[in-house]
Design a protein around this ligand. Structure first.
Ligand code: GUN
Length: 296
């Protein structure tokens, strides 16, 4: 079997087009421009790349982009004061504090100081609790992107066995909640899981989010399964580097029914879903109907 490639790049472009269409409507019909504020503390090179890319795409879909770059030695009180200012700014509908933060800052404290209604990352404990109880919330962007792709490919996910490899707060746990809310039977695997290959082989859906290059070989995959690879790992390749996922694409794509490539799979969906969450937050803040198909 050769798997269908789930093209995240094209899918993300379609999500951004839908977001842009809704932004135009908000502007012309209601005089509202959705705004996204991104806060970057310090100079982590990967974070700088992400933040630049987020700002560019925010503007491309017609939204307002507010970037706040703070020195690496910014105090916690100064950062909390900025978040409070953004919480109270009516032109800001979404707030994202780029992680990881420098070590002297308490990430949990900072994230939980964001107004949950503006928490477009879906990391605030209030949103985590709402998602866990199946209530309307802001949903973390990467798992939301994975869910959109799974729903687009399968229609209903009801009754499917879903195996999530990785238990992070950013991907693994919210992914499992979303799949459970869509009536999958969900197993979360981690470093202590016994017989990981056997458990993964039970999955009609496998989502890998561990950050270990090409850790999952094709013979762990049930024939015909749908495989979502969240990993983005840079590995040496001669005197160059290349990006690989957590799945061994060459062997897995010969067994799976459908699979996301790396790059060009889940990656582009994350920013697209951030923009979608910002429009959703803006609509909720203004008591307007939410765009269809852009939220969980
Ligand atoms: N750093 C890497 N990914 C993310 C993300 O999705 N949100 C935030 N806030 N920081 C990140």
């Amino acid at each position: 079997m050769t798997a269908t490639i789930l093209d995240g790049k094209a899918f993300a472009a379609a999500v951004r087009a839908k977001v842009a269409e809704h932004v135009t409507r908000l502007k012309t019909d209601h005089g509202i421009t959705p705004g996204l504020a991104v806060v970057l503390v310090g100079e982590d090179p990967a974070s700088q790349v992400y933040v630049r890319s987020k700002g560019k795409m925010t503007v491309e879909v017609g939204m307002a982009s507010f970037e706040h770059r703070l020195d690496a030695d910014t105090s916690e009180s100064a950062l909390l004061a900025l978040v409070e200012k953004l919480n109270n700014d009516p032109t800001v509908h979404g707030i994202l504090v780029q992680l990881p933060l420098p070590g002297h800052l308490d990430s949990d404290l900072v994230i939980n100081s964001i107004d949950p209604a503006k928490d477009v990352d879906g990391f605030h404990i209030s949103n985590v609790g709402l998602l866990g109880t199946g209530q309307k919330s802001m949903v973390p962007c990467t798992p939301l992107g994975c869910l959109m792709m799974l729903r687009a490919h399968h229609g209903s996910l009801s009754g499917m066995n879903a195996v999530v490899i990785g238990r992070s707060n950013i991907v693994g746990k919210p992914m499992a909640q979303l799949l459970l809310n869509d009536s999958c039977t969900v197993t979360i695997c981690h470093s202590r899981t016994r017989d990981l290959p056997g458990v993964v082989r039970s999955g009609d859906i496998v989502v890998a989010a561990v950050g270990r290059p090409e850790m999952v070989p094709g013979d762990w995959i049930k024939p015909g399964a749908t495989v979502i690879d969240v990993g983005i790992n840079r590995v040496a390749d001669g005197d160059r580097t290349r990006l690989v996922g957590d799945i061994d694409f060459a062997s897995a794509s010969a067994v799976a029914g459908a699979i996301t490539p790396v790059p060009g799979g889940v990656g582009p969906m994350t920013i697209a879903c951030l923009l979608a969450n910002t429009v959703t937050a803006c609509c909720r803040a203004n008591g307007l109907p939410e765009p269809e198909g852009l939220a969980a």
